[in-house]
Design a protein around this ligand. Structure first.
Ligand code: GAL
Length: 678
């Protein structure tokens, strides 16, 4: 595994994607002057420049990029230089139409947007690596370049290709995985519906079929597709490894609903874990989604600091209603990412485009120019990040973990299941949201992660689980841990085969329960529990087998049947919830679990005030983000870094504002002053 070593500069990186090629060169000097005014010190350059860098096959034109990098370097701006392979030029598909991706029903996806290439195409691979070689060879020693940016959001638009080239690659991948056809037939359960394969050539991707495709075929195709994207990342990295010495990254898309890339397996391929995050504008509580995405990115990074490669200063262009950010929201969003482990805050993009599909996407420099709310907030944020330089390299304190596995997500949302209302993100968000409201910071980690440091581990909808991971959870509880498992977990093994003997299969003994039958609810149907909670979506006929019953159904299809249980195992406890509790009941359950496990918020704060602690050795910093519309006063002692004020036992944070306190005694300071803000 590559170490996520030191890649940071002197402080928290600040910047954006910068596309100088979209502007006349006269604008570049103004760009650099404005970057300096804003405190920007890192820009990603060349992301979508392939067609300009290689206008015809094999003929490279680097002049404009030479000049752009020099202008940036002269201005003291560092560059995260793209390998520029994100989107091929039109000539590639024109000369090699077989590089175009196809959907499951055979539709060709044509150029004219971006990323129109088959991820398994050997032609694409060869041409893209030639470009990486040329770019890296030319700029390896350029003094502006501090980082390399492979491709861009690999698999964002082309993760699944069903063309003949992909079919061939899928067969190779399957041979590698299974060795022989008997093993594949057993793993795929092909005795069902006359699906037995007699020749590798008979196997295809799960193309459009008359009815449900084989679920293990679907699952393996999803694994294969994630691996094919990863293979491009690794192939580019190998070229870079020969030619450059700067750290290498690529931007992940954790927490924006992108489902099909298994980033836990990719993290070891980069020196810097980077993530892109965009708010769901329609969601008034979008800062909860942001916190979850950041906690998950940190989990993927193994707890190390990571880089926020993209977010937006205000509206995006690709949602149905692109709500602008309210004054102050940009700052809260950015500093929430830093609170949760980001050591750099970058945006898409520096200057709002005049042309193209993203011309209504916000930027650091809006169409209206720098005399704007957005640019003023951009400058304020630059000053804030400067003041937080000392936080760089510190790690986030978290006593609670939520287990997350992309394969479980893929598995649980396959077709022909008991209820379409059981989705992976649902309980993940519900439990993370309850912890957020309780003020408790959570790491979102893979089930194979080391759990020993956590007071509490939550396991939402882990439908597919490997034996070793189920066993690791048992050992964690046995050794004194507290765990909660939610319904439809532990159901299948890695081949999507049911674990027999009663649900929840892999977790039955740990939880001390056995479910004999699922009773999913009708759309909109609600049941009541005898502890006053309500629930919907799911119930199940559960028998306690050693577990204590904490609540049972009061009505619905299973009156009197246990819904919430607790089982003592060794020195710990394993809780199970067999239904989809409402939000208030989920909050109460999480509060009970936190109390039992002894996990607490960093400091007591009212709901809606986000408090996270970062720590390095014996130094610590407390981030306080007030999402409410009232001033809060917290019991904090230290030096507030954004306004420079000291506080002894009282920190005031006005409505909508942010404070970051270097904790510790600050001598005889009589009074806390209100936090200075923009
Ligand atoms: C990202 C992408 C950027 C830009 C941005 C718009 O997915 O990496 O290039 O398209 O979205 O929000």
């Amino acid at each position: 595994m590559r170490q996520h070593g030191t890649w940071q500069g002197d402080g928290i990186f600040y910047g954006a994607d910068y596309n100088p090629e979209q502007w006349p060169e006269e604008v570049w000097a103004e760009d650099v002057a404005l970057m300096r005014r804003a405190g920007v010190d890192l820009v990603s350059v060349g992301i979508f420049s392939w067609a300009l860098l290689e206008p015809t096959p094999g003929r490279y034109e680097f002049g404009w990029l030479d000049r752009a990098l020099d202008v940036l370097h002269d201005g003291g701006i560092n560059v995260d230089l793209a390998t520029a392979t994100a989107s091929p030029p039109p000539w590639l598909a024109h000369r090699h139409p077989e590089t175009l991706p196809r959907t499951a029903d055979g539709t060709v996806l044509w150029p004219g947007g971006r990323q129109a290439y088959c991820p398994s195409s050997p032609v694409f691979r060869e041409r893209s690596l030639a470009l990486v070689e040329a770019v890296a060879g030319r700029y390896a020693e350029h003094p502006a370049v501090v980082m390399w940016h492979i491709s861009n959001e690999l698999g964002c638009h082309n993760v699944h290709c069903y063309c003949d080239v992909s079919a061939e690659a899928f067969r190779r991948w399957l041979r590698e995985r299974y060795g022989d056809l008997d093993t594949l037939n057993a793993a795929w359960g092909t005795t069902f519906w006359s699906q037995r394969y007699d020749d590798w050539a008979e196997i295809n991707p799960p193309r459009s079929a008359p009815t449900f495709a084989n679920p293990t075929q679907q699952l393996d195709f999803l694994r294969f597709s994630s691996d094919e994207q990863r293979a491009q990342l690794r192939a580019e990295r190998e070229v870079l490894a020969r030619l450059v010495r700067q750290p290498v990254t690529t931007n992940f898309m954790i927490g924006t609903g992108i489902k099909y890339l298994d980033y836990h397996s990719w993290a070891s391929d980069v020196d810097v874990v980077s993530n892109d995050h965009y708010l769901t504008a329609a969601d008034p509580l979008s800062h909860l989604g942001l916190a979850l995405a950041a906690d998950h990115t940190r989990g993927v990074a193994g707890g190390d600091p990571w880089l926020l490669m993209e977010h937006s200063t205000s509206a995006v262009n690709w949602q149905p209603r692109n709500v602008a950010k309210a004054p102050g929201q940009l700052r809260r969003n950015s500093l929430a990412h830093v609170a949760r482990g980001a050591d750099g805050v970058l945006f898409f993009q520096w200057r709002a485009s005049r042309a193209g599909a993203e011309k209504f996407h916000s930027a650091l420099v809006p169409h209206a120019g720098p005399d704007t709310k957005v640019f003023r907030e951009v400058c304020q944020l630059g000053a804030d990040l400067k003041a937080l330089a000392e936080v760089r390299g510190s790690r986030v304190d978290a006593e609670v973990a939520i287990l997350f596995d992309w394969e479980a997500w893929w598995g649980v949302e396959l077709d022909s299941h008991p209820s379409v209302d059981v989705t992976y993100a649902d309980r993940l968000r519900a439990l993370h949201g309850a912890l957020w409201r309780a003020g408790v910071t959570t790491d979102v980690v893979h089930p194979s992660a080391d759990l020993s440091g956590y007071q509490l581990v939550l396991v939402p909808t882990l439908y597919l689980v490997r034996d070793a991971d189920a066993e690791a959870l048992r050992r964690y509880v046995d050794g004194g841990g507290t765990a909660l498992v939610t319904y439809f977990s532990g159901i299948v093994d890695e081949h999507d085969h049911i674990r027999l003997g009663g649900y929840p299969g892999a977790f039955r003994d740990l939880l001390g329960v056995r479910t004999e039958e699922f009773f999913p609810l009708r759309e909109g149907e609600r049941v009541r529990l005898d502890d006053g909670a309500t629930a919907d979506v799911w119930t199940e006929w559960l028998h306690p087998e050693g577990a204590e019953v904490l609540a049972s159904y009061a009505d619905g299809p299973l009156p009197g049947v246990a819904a919430l249980t607790r089982h003592r195992v060794g020195r710990g406890t394993a809780w199970y919830v067999g239904t989809r509790l409402d939000e208030a009941a989920t909050d109460r359950l999480v509060a009970r679990l936190l109390a039992e496990a002894g996990a607490r918020p960093p400091v007591a704060a009212p709901t809606g005030v986000e408090v996270v602690r970062r720590r390095a050795g014996d130094r610590s910093w407390l981030f306080v983000i007030n999402h409410t519309d009232a001033e809060v006063r917290l019991d904090v002692t230290g030096t507030e870094l954004l306004g420079g004020a000291r506080c002894t036992g009282e920190l005031r944070v006005p409505a909508g504002e942010v404070a970051v306190v270097r904790e510790g005694h600050v001598g005889a300071v009589p009074l806390a002053r209100p936090t200075a803000t923009a």
